[in-house]
Design a binder for this molecule. Structure first.
Ligand code: HDD
Length: 687
């Protein structure tokens, strides 16, 4: 800063920073008055003090001081994008919902993905449920499908929700742990809530550590209703199926990714959309009638249960494409307000007590968070169809009724009278309801273990071992032995081998099994749809290859690999010892995207090393160099390397090379990338 004119300067040479002028609009205050100097407050003399009269400073600081709004009480950390939903074929036979009437119809969409427990600044790879909230701006109003990436929930009745969330978040006396369930309070609550056992299987599986939002499923969870033009209703469960297949990371990777890139999922979605690789999901419907609901051994109103896809197949009825990032994170992703109660004619609720409670909670929370009942006036929340009613006033009202009439009925002339009812809007399905007023749970909700067992037994052995390891990890952070033991007493009803494995991992004896509210059914058929590994991608497209290079690397080998990857829609990140890149064997420069210690191999789906022996030897003397391939090998990744890379290979890879290792001398890059579609060589790490 120079004393002579008080204007900001950069660089140590004292040169004035030349800001681009021309097309940039002139800066103004919020009142529109021009601002000539945005760097210096108004002072009495150059060395101050600052004058109270400085309205420009006062306005700027006032606005800054009020920038924050309360973060969401759950799902605080999220990331959103715009896109569209396209209907494949008319569904007029099952619903009169306008967006499903015409094949090819496109409906504008906004989606927000989130973690549940962590605060806004928590890392993306926490072991947690992911929110999958979709807003569809239909011609008959906004429909919000506020789902998760797991099709069941922890509790059956919304009255337990505050306790569940209190138990999952930081413990109140100490304010930690952040964004994790590995603590006493969570497992205390869970072990005292047997209804959570099915959900526990899901969150201890790799579903809770997805590789990307792009590679996870979404679920509406509850049974809803579809209603046709004649008023006939059928139950429906909603699914989002990622076209790119399912994929998760391993727990060791998750912990390391959280350090290396806490924004891993955000960055992934940003990169994909910005590069034009728009992620897609298909909307799937499981439609069933009252007869099926009666026959089905579980209550379809119980949100801790699924309807297996093998019993009611998922009909794919349209696709959701995310093709545009927000212009402003706060305005859109932070201010978007979802509400399960936002349904449109043709879609109705069921009596699920969890859904009923949600329908109350979401409006309430939006008022708290956004500060006014007028949050529907914000562009991201505003319907794209006309809105006419007599709701008025309130903070920040931008859409008040015009003219004299602000009530109904009125007898003003047609032009002045305002909107009228048509008799054709949303009609609740006239489900007959009878019963005594009581605080009770239906007997049909009493089976807490059968589907937990079905889920566990539907996993591949690798996935089963991950569930065991996750339970051991989490419960090892619980320092009250009785809580651990109580969890084991539930696991005994899920699967004895699982309970044995967890008890062994904890170094604890097995207790007696918990007394079940209903004897579990141990004969449920396995459901392959529940496994991630059985529902992986067809190709390596959309994935990221980490390519480590050193000085002296073979430029043509690098080029061949890059070409092959580009041809298969695989993104390559070039990692080098220095960000300035390396000098290849032919003297050319290979540009780097990342310096090695900022880009450990956990960030990539597969890795390759093209190096000179001297370059590799030098790198092997650093910690980042030594761990790069060692980690990739330990995580079961596919590895492509040339002869020069040898000093970087871990001893186990040299002693026992396996089918997940590809020597550039004997394999074309295309062959390696084809193999990568399997994502990992599980045999290497199967315990
Ligand atoms: Fe919820 C947010 C999904 C049960 C109360 N929920 C929220 C979000 C998602 C879900 C994805 C984030 C929306 C966004 O991105 O803005 N919630 C679920 C699912 C549930 C569920 C799939 C069970 C099937 N939720 C649930 C219950 C209650 C709530 C039982 C209360 C009775 N949820 C809320 C909330 C939140 C919320 C407090 C916090 C922020 C918000 O609504 O907008 O109202």
């Amino acid at each position: 800063m120079s004393e002579d004119d008080g204007r900001d300067r950069i660089g140590d040479g004292g040169e004035t920073h030349q800001r681009a002028g021309g097309a940039r609009p002139a800066m103004t205050t919020d009142q529109g008055a021009p601002v000539g100097d945005n760097q210096n407050s108004l002072k009495a003399g150059r060395r101050g003090p600052t004058l109270l009269e400085d309205h420009q400073f006062r306005e700027k600081m006032f606005h800054f001081d009020h920038e924050r709004i309360p973060e969401r009480v759950v799902h605080a950390r999220g990331y959103g994008a715009h896109g569209f939903f396209e209907t494949y074929e008319s569904l007029a036979d099952i619903t009169c919902a306008d967006l499903f009437q015409r094949a090819g119809e496109r409906t504008e969409a906004f989606v927000r993905f989130s973690t549940v427990a962590g605060n806004m600044g928590s890392p993306d790879l926490a072991r947690d449920v992911r929110g999958f909230a979709v807003k569809l701006y239909t011609k008959e109003g906004n429909w919000d499908l506020v789902g998760n990436n797991i099709p069941v929930f922890f509790i059956q009745d919304a009255i337990k929700f505050p306790d569940l969330i209190h138990a999952a978040k930081q413990e109140p006396d100490r304010g930690f742990p952040q964004a994790q369930t590995a603590h006493n309070n969570f497992w205390d609550f869970i072990s005292l809530s047997p209804e959570a056992t099915h959900m526990v299987m899901w969150i201890m599986s790799d579903r809770a550590i997805p590789r990307s939002f792009r590679f996870m499923e979404g679920f509406g969870v509850h049974s809803f209703r579809l209603v046709d033009a004649e008023g006939r209703a059928r139950f429906v469960k909603f699914h989002w199926k990622p076209k790119a297949g399912l994929q998760s990371v391993t727990w060791d990777e998750a912990m390391k990714i959280n350090g290396a890139d806490p924004d891993y999922h955000r960055r992934d979605l940003w990169d994909a959309i910005q590069s034009g690789a728009f992620p897609e999901w298909e909307l799937g419907l499981q439609v069933f009638d009252e007869d099926f609901a009666e026959r089905f051994p579980f209550d379809v109103l119980d949100a801790t249960k699924i309807v297996p896809e093998e019993e009611v197949p998922v009909r794919r009825v349209g696709r959701l494409v995310l093709d545009r990032m927000v212009d402003n994170f706060f305005a859109e992703t932070e201010q978007v307000a979802f509400h399960t109660g936002n349904v449109v004619p043709g879609i109705d609720f069921s009596e699920d007590p969890l859904l009923q409670g949600r329908n109350f909670s979401y409006l309430d929370t939006q008022l708290k968070r956004l500060g006014s009942p007028n949050f529907t006036h914000l562009p991201v929340n505003a319907p794209r169809c006309p809105v006419h009613n007599f709701n008025q006033d309130g903070h920040m009202a931008m859409r008040n009724p015009k003219g004299r009439a602000n009530y109904e009925p009125n007898s003003w002339s047609a032009e002045a009278a305002g909107p009228r009812e048509t008799g054709e809007g949303f009609a609740s399905t006239p489900v007959p309801i009878a019963g005594r007023k009581e605080r009770a749970r239906a007997d049909t909700f009493a089976d807490h273990y059968s589907q937990a067992r079905q889920f566990y037994r539907s996993q591949t052995p690798v996935e089963q071992s991950h569930i065991t390891e996750a339970l051991v990890f989490e419960l090892s952070k619980v320092d009250v032995p009785q809580i651990r033991s109580r969890m084991l007493s539930h696991l005994l009803h899920v699967d004895e081998t699982l309970a044995d494995g967890v008890a062994d991992g904890l170094g604890m004896p097995l207790p007696d099994p918990a007394r079940p509210a209903r004897t579990p059914d141990t004969t449920l058929a396995e459901s392959p749809a529940l496994s991630i590994l059985r529902n992986g991608p067809d190709s390596f497209a959309g994935r990221r290859l980490g390519l480590l290079v050193t000085d002296g690397a073979d430029a043509s080998a690098v080029d061949r690999l890059m070409q092959a990857a580009g041809g298969m829609s695989v993104t390559v990140t070039v990692v080098a010892p220095r960000i300035g890149g390396v000098t290849a064997s032919d003297g050319s420069t290979i540009a780097a995207d990342e310096k090695i210690d900022g880009a450990p191999s956990v960030l990539f789906d597969a890795v390759a090393v093209i190096a000179s022996e001297e370059g590799a030897q030098a790198l092997a003397r650093t910690h980042a160099g030594r761990t790069w391939l060692a980690d990739a090998f330990a995580h079961g990744k596919f590895i492509y390397h040339d002869a020069g890379a040898a000093p970087l290979l871990p001893p186990s890879a040299i002693d026992s090379p396996d089918e997940g290792m590809f020597d550039a001398a004997g394999t074309a890059p295309e062959g390696f990338l084809d193999a990568c579609a399997r994502l990992r060589h599980w045999d290497r790490i199967a315990s």
